[in-house]
Design a protein around this ligand. Sequence first.
Ligand code: BGC
Length: 760
Amino acid sequence: MAIMAAACSPKSGVAPAIPVDKDVEAKVESVLKKMTLKEKAGQMVQLSIDTITDDTKPEIDPVKLEKIIGEYKVGSILNLLKDVSLSREGTAAFVRQIQDKSMELIGIPCIYGLDMIHGASYLTDGSLYPQEINLGATFNRDYPRMMGEALAYETRAAQVAWVFSPVMDLGRDPRWPRHWESWGEDPYLQAEMARSETEAIQGADPNHIDLEHAAVSIKHYMGYGVPHTGKDRTPAYIALNDLREKYFRPFKECLQAGALTVMVNSASINGIPTHANKELLTGWAKEELNWDGLIVTDWADINNLYTRDHVAADKREAVAMGINAGIDMIMEPYDPECVNIIVDLAESGDIPMSRIDDAVRRILRLKVRLGLFDNPSWDYDYKDFGCQRFADESYAAALESEVLLKNEGGILPLKGTERILVTGPNANSMRTLNGGWSYTWQGDADTFASDHNTILEAIRNRFPNVKYVPAIEYDQEWGKWEKEHVTGISEAVAAARTCDVVIACVGENTYCETPGNMNDLNLSANQKDLVKALAATGKPIILVLNEGRPRIIGDIEPLVKAVVDVMLPSNYGGDALAALLSGDENFSGKLPFTYSKHINSLHTYDYKVSEHNETMAGSYNYDAIMDVQWPFGHGLSYTTFEYSDLKVSANDFSAGDVLKVSVKVANTGSRTGKEAVLLYSSDIVASLIPDVKRLRGFEKISLAPGESKVVEFEVPAKELAFVGADGKWRLEKGEFRLSCGGQAAMVNCLETKVWDTPNI
Ligand code: BGC
């Protein structure tokens, strides 16, 4: 039947990842059959807003618009103008003009896409939430859901129906400048949080997205977060079993939950640029999962196949390579001639017409699912835009995401009567609380969020006796995020002598993507010097880390009494920190990544058992010792929790069983507190060196003093499987250890099972 025709052939017996809707398919076919080749090629190209705007002001140039839509028949536009941020109304006005022209000239709605990374973060009046790394630290699935709902609602209010979110790169290398865009280093945590956000953004039915929801583009498919050099957009080398087990699995979960589009990893895996990797694009995503969504390139990445990666000789070859590998839409972003290249490739047979039609079907299907044919633009009362509820949720998320890493002698909470010195380059900045993708690409919250409180302002609002000396300031020039100006370390030291406690706010200035590359993960020498000079006064120091990646602080950590990592908590992060420091609120965040201590030993918590090996027989020291600053899952509270009674429903199990695990958690301290309860498994003996442990479940609970709760987890036994060297999932006979909060139980797998299907 024509309706189902596709250039890829799903593996037989695999249920569609997104249910097939006959009406949607019929509409797609009726449009497709009327289209010329040029119109089809135009749908496959996405251009940047710059191609249709005036060069001097943020306004659409009608002549350029007419040409791009009328002549080139381009089907999608993205982005904001560099450093120009617009309000909801401003954005809506842009998009309405594009839609009117598109319907008038080609009768097909355009689809506009924006990077809404932590809330409607590209609108001057949007609601911003803490960045994904912070939501990871909450270990609370409610927050990605809340953020996803608000983000979709407010984006849709700006007449935009497609968001390039959530980010699903595993943050397993802290050198990488996009570490903070991830949910942390663990695949299970990432899958749970990203699925929750995906479902919230798209709503209940991916075939019929309503006017309060939008389409996601989960990104960047896949393995983007572990470049060999630590530098953005450079090659990764990932063993194939790891690729399937840790990197693909979370994407699979989101695709099967209905994610409508996927954006591709800009770089390469094992020497193959991901944009040219037919096995991963067409094979794993489209065929194995019978997934009928759309694959879009990342920014200019087809061009990178010849300009950067040298796997194609020229643009024509690069375009053919990408589309034949499974790319449906090219984020060009500046050259509309790409449309004519696609036409030529189709006419010459270098791209089969069946592949062109398959790609265009996927694009049209997205537009139909979003209702864009019926409503290219829409009138709807978005009365909750910018509402207090979104702000309250953002504050609550910030509270649960800031992590208390050290609290020697119970210096925190502060009594409130202390004379406090606030110092450091991150103390008085909205920009650093938000990070990149905030109003503008590189982050400009100082301009657009100045009505919110910086850390300094929030501390002043809560404590009566506060002095401020910045001591070091960041350069504000574009692209100079690493540059610092030392303005008064000795002044800060003098002020510290007159105070009882010092709050030193250090970390990083904002950056986004490749401009955030750097050569040294250590906290900057200036900032370390500041902490050392302050410590010499003998005054107790509370170190506040406001940073997108865990900068190494091994040498200064012993000098301070307390450490709080606020990461990038957004507009209410300063208020949340002040409430936590004062003890009006309690800490409950836990690290979603390993905080490394040594520059040459960057670890993840799920290291291979053989990576920790102190001394072998005799006295040979292997010097392979796990010595981290703080492990994954670490985070303190003002109260204490005691775990007991870990029980598992069965001692023996087989692949089809579901293990029920319960554990009792009691609040044994004197304050109410929230606790993220984390369940791990360890495969004791396996045919590949096993990971020391893996996260298999998490729940966030709240307990009053003296209260206890039994937390229950259901772990399907197949979740304990791993991918073997042959690429097959296997659950092997033998012992497994299930552990939670210091409690543990051994269980026994009765027989080995190896799956023949690529996914389980
Ligand atoms: C980034 C993507 C982003 C795209 C569009 C690229 O440079 O890597 O994450 O979605 O630009 O703005």
